[in-house]
Design a protein around this ligand. Structure first.
Ligand code: ZN
Length: 133
């Protein structure tokens, strides 16, 4: 079961410009920057209440987010639900007939274990499950 919305991932072409925009929108200069080598992304995160807005830009041309930007342009990329145990949630959802992108959790941003569900089984929305390490 999801505990809360951990973050919203927004795909952006250029992190610097989007970071300035979100500083204006949120009136907050407290930005956390992070590189996730594994996924080929650079991230700028803003805390909003209990959740995070995560601006995500490609850090290399073959990054999956680069493919997303090419196909769909900038915009909401994924919704992340925090759960107690990603592995057991994956098994539960798989048994409910939900298609998984990740069969097992891997390392993500914010020191979390993460896994993605396939948007074809979730109303076209890419959903990430995450769990604090
Ligand atoms: Zn995410």
């Amino acid at each position: 079961m999801a505990i809360r919305i951990s973050h919203l991932g927004i795909a952006v072409k250029e992190l610097g410009a989007s970071e300035s925009l979100f500083r204006k929108l949120l009136g907050d200069s407290n930005v956390h920057r992070e590189e996730v080598e594994d996924q080929g992304v650079s991230i700028a995160s803003f805390k909003v209440g209990e959740s995070i807005i995560e601006l995500t830009a490609p850090s290399r041309p073959d990054s999956p987010i680069a493919g997303f930007l090419e196909k769909r342009g900038e915009g909401i990329h994924h919704v992340a639900f925090e759960v107690d145990d990603v592995e057991s949630e994956l098994r539960r959802l798989e048994s409910e007939g939900i298609r998984l992108i990740d069969k097992h959790p891997r390392d993500g941003a914010h020191d979390m274990k993460i896994a993605f569900l396939h948007p074809k089984s979730t109303n076209g929305v890419l959903i990430e499950l995450c769990q604090k390490k």
